[in-house]
Design a protein around this ligand. Structure first.
Ligand code: ADP
Ligand code: MG
Length: 445
């Protein structure tokens, strides 16, 4: 299926000529008003038409908008809206003021994840609608807004979109976005640099909207939980909006104080599910548009069929093919794309199987459960085997530190480096450890 924009562009000449005939437009009018029109862009079922002078717009709208709409529909079967604009107009509207930019930076967000860029489907429509409602009326409707779902489904995207929207609409709103991990870092830094909790409090309590990404990292962190509890209460009592994301519903958060769980569930948690086929297609097409590329439709369909549970991976697959095209300056065929994707996916499977296998062998060796090893459980009984598993995965697979971290319950890559170093150092002095590791290696091989 061709894109509407392409179809209209290809038929543009035909369309305006037909319009001239059917609507009896004189040659002079045609030359003056219609011929100079060019297509600027197509977005959300709206065709933006470039007009040479801003002064033309009211007249064009009054006299030629309807004829143009009718002719486009007759000629292409595409039903759309039309906006006449000058290029400056568009620039003006999408231009981010310097002031806004620094407010984005202060808030901790980047301006790429917007509501406009978010494709809505049945899997995420509730999360999207609730987010938009909160962005339009912060502090009034759902407080806190709690969005949960697996990794790669758009939670962070929605969080940023809310923040961006509020910053744009409310000049004075003090918005702060933070990942739970960074919240922890801030907390630790401020305490260890002896600035005391005051500064931490000011940073997070003096805001109008606080957005905390991946709250599951509160697990087991009692001191941070205490601080978060206080922040939450202060904000809530002052009708400030709180937005939270997590990979699980509040009740399933592990080792988080009951009083926090209760509060997180106050605003009715909404979940976000893996997208269906149609939504996956729509997301890929949107990304194509954003990147200004257009791949063969069969390739797009193939990607959407192949990658089903994670939008980040969906984008990754698209990126892979685009990169290959650019690098080799070729137009990739469906077969080549299939081969490329199948190979990559297989390698990924193989690697994640390897991670799983090694972790299972380590778990068996220490008589632990697989899920305990990858959990956040503390204590040497768990942390030592976990470090060994991480060390061995790093040695035996091509996995990146980040993906090892993800596999182990979303740990930061610095934690992974720390584990690898620790085992490395201890292997030099600890004979018993050396034996254990050798034994496990034999089992792996
Ligand atoms: P999560 O925080 O749930 O792990 P992200 O918000 O980081 O997931 O999304 C992963 C990637 O997928 C991002 O690049 C994001 O822009 C994209 N994405 C997710 N959902 C959508 C959607 N509905 N429409 C367009 N892009 C999406
Ligand atoms: Mg996220």
């Amino acid at each position: 299926m061709k894109k509407n924009l392409d179809i209209i562009k290809e038929n543009w000449q035909k369309i305006i000529e037909k319009m001239q005939n059917e609507f009896d437009i004189s040659n002079i009018s045609f030359e003056t008003w219609i011929k100079p029109l060019t297509i600027l862009k197509y977005e959300k079922d709206t065709l933006y038409i470039n007009v040479p002078e801003e002064g033309y717009i009211p007249y064009l709208k009054k006299k030629y908008e309807k004829p143009l709409l009718i002719t486009i529909e007759e000629e292409t079967n595409i039903h759309i809206d039309i906006v006449f604009s000058t290029p400056d107009d568009i620039k003006e509207k999408t231009k981010i003021t310097r002031d806004q930019k620094s407010r984005y930076q202060n808030a901790g967000i980047s301006p790429t994840y917007t509501f406009d860029n978010f494709v809505i489907g049945s899997s995420n429509s509730l999360a999207h609608a609730t987010s938009l409602a909160v962005a339009e009326n912060p502090g009034l409707l759902h407080n806190p807004l709690y969005i949960f779902g697996q990794s790669g489904l758009g939670k962070t995207h929605l969080l940023h979109a809310i923040a961006l929207y509020i910053i744009k609409e409310n000049e004075n709103a003090n918005v702060r976005y933070v990942t739970c991990e960074n919240l922890m870092n801030d907390f630790v830094n401020l305490i260890s640099f002896n600035k005391g909790p005051e500064e931490f409090k000011i940073k997070y309590r003096d805001v109008d909207i606080l957005l905390v990404d991946d709250i599951q990292f509160l697990s087991h962190k009692r001191a941070l939980q205490e601080e978060f509890f206080n922040i939450f209460n202060t904000l809530y009592e002052n009708n400030k909006q709180i937005v939270i994301t997590s990979d699980k519903p509040p009740r399933e958060l592990e080792d988080v104080e009951e009083r926090i769980i209760t509060r997180l569930a106050w605003g009715v948690p909404v979940d976000i599910e893996p997208p269906d086929y149609e939504t996956r297609l729509a997301i890929l097409r949107k990304k194509e548009d954003n990147l200004g590329v257009s791949l063969d439709n069969e390739i797009i369909k193939y990607i959407a069929q192949k990658i089903t549970t994670n939008i980040r991976e969906l984008e990754g697959a698209l990126g892979l093919i685009i990169a290959k095209e650019r690098l080799e300056k070729i137009s990739i065929t469906l077969n080549q794309a299939m081969e490329l994707l199948d190979k990559t996916i297989k390698e990924e499977d193989l690697n994640s199987n390897k991670m799983q296998k090694i972790t299972q062998i380590v778990a068996d060796h220490f008589h632990l459960l697989f899920k305990d090893i990858i959990s956040e459980k503390k204590g040497r009984n768990y942390s030592r085997p976990r470090q060994i598993a991480i060390y061995l995965i790093n040695e035996k697979t091509e996995e990146t530190l980040v993906s090892i971290g993800n596999f182990f319950g979303g740990r930061d890559h610095s934690t992974i480096i720390h584990s690898i170093r620790t085992i490395n150092e201890q292997l030099k002095v600890d004979k018993e450890l050396k034996n254990i590791v050798e034994n496990i290696k034999k089992k792996i091989n």
